[in-house]
Design a binder for this molecule. Structure first.
Ligand code: UD1
Length: 346
């Protein structure tokens, strides 16, 4: 069975392609390489022993998208990752985000419907929940959606609505939106991992780069939050557990196990960890003393959010298996391999 993976050379995409191929799926990747390297395809081949097909073009181009689907008539499902994802940048350049994230989705759904491709998995985010009210912690899928804090977050909400409305209007397409919590870590081979462009925004790559000496010091954004140690709490999830959720979602669709034509699942572990918990785990698994300081809060940060994954566990037959130490250990292994030039990436 062939799956189109858009954004398949990116962080979540590349790990998911490995997992799909190791579960017997064929994969064609489409990626414009805005924020990733074609070397990911070589790395995937090295891990899996089989090469995914790969085409590089921009999915906001209607013509190129339609030509692509005309040439690949054997696609049976689409996992759509390709999107911009930097929260801060989206505030400064909203149209860049709305154009890329929304138009590519519309083009893809249009072509799916034209070519009778039924199955769509969409990468959504727990950012759609904003700061949940206390009665919704851990947060279930039916918790209220809060007004998005950034254009990036809004594109995820809009995309979910576009998918829901299209599926309501035509019964040919089925969709699953996976709301990811905080994906971290890397494939155990350290051949693929997270490769942020410039200064990282996210915690884990900032930690590993600081430990390696690329950044002088990690700033912990606030320790005066109403949490046990004063730092914010997130549901960090190992990237390979996240990758497995996509295989489970595709199988649910193709095995005819969906209960509605559009389903939404939380993809998290169900356990919340603070920033200091992550740092402590990193120091333990790496043996490196991390240079960090407490800094002012970062604007727009949620205080605490973690998933209620019981619906995913039950319905998808999927459960996150790796713990925080597995996450920090694999992230550090990847950072070192990359910096020492042991990977295929530039
Ligand atoms: C952020 C985005 C979210 C997006 C996700 C994936 C915001 C408000 N949210 O999630 O929409 O889906 O990234 O890209 O930007 N931290 C530090 N120092 C650092 C970096 C982070 O203390 O240098 C702290 C943050 O304050 C936060 C935690 O680490 O408490 C996690 O931050 P981060 O990795 O950026 O993820 P989110 O903010 O949860």
């Amino acid at each position: 069975m062939k799956i189109l993976v858009t954004g398949g050379t990116g962080y979540i995409g590349s790990h998911t392609v490995v997992e799909l191929m190791q579960n017997g799926f064929d994969v064609v990747i489409v990626d414009a390489l805005f924020n990733s390297q074609a070397k990911a395809v070589d790395a995937i081949e090295k891990i899996v022993g089989r090469r995914p097909e790969f085409e590089s073009f921009d999915l906001t181009c209607r013509k190129k998208t339609s030509d692509f689907f005309d040439r690949h008539t054997d696609i049976q499902g689409v996992i759509h990752f390709a999107a911009h994802k930097a929260v801060g940048e989206s505030v400064k350049e909203p149209l860049k985000y709305y154009r890329n994230n929304v138009i590519s989705l519309i083009n893809i759904i249009d072509e799916m419907s034209r070519h009778n491709v039924q199955n769509l998995v969409f990468s959504s985010s727990c950012t759609v929940y904003g700061q949940p009210d206390p009665e919704f912690l851990p947060i279930p899928e039916h918790a209220p959606i809060k007004k998005a804090e950034s254009p990036y977050g809004n594109t995820k909400q809009i995309a979910e609505s576009i998918i829901a409305d299209t599926i309501k209007a035509e019964d040919k397409i089925r969709g699953i939106a996976l709301r990811y919590f905080n994906p971290v870590g890397a494939h155990e081979s350290a051949m693929i991992g997270e490769l942020p462009n410039g200064v990282p925004n996210n915690l884990m790559p900032y930690i590993t780069q600081t430990a390696y000496g690329i950044r002088p010091i990690l700033k912990v954004f606030g320790n005066d939050y109403p949490t046990p140690d004063g730092t914010p709490i997130r549901d960090y999830i190992h990237i390979m557990d996240l990758a497995k959720a996509h295989v489970a979602a595709i199988r649910r669709m193709t095995d005819g196990r969906m209960k509605k034509n559009f389903e939404i699942f939380n993809i998290g572990t169900g356990t919340g960890y603070s920033v200091l918990d992550v740092i402590n785990s990193f120091e333990k698994t790496s043996g490196v003393k991390l240079n960090y300081e407490i800094a002012p809060r970062r604007e727009g940060d949620t205080i605490k959010v973690w998933a209620d994954p019981s619906f995913s566990n039950r319905e998808l037959g999927w459960k996150a298996e790796r713990n925080l130490d597995d996450m920090t250990r694999s992230a550090w292994k990847w950072e070192q391999a990359y910096r020492k030039g042991e990977t295929l990436f530039e």
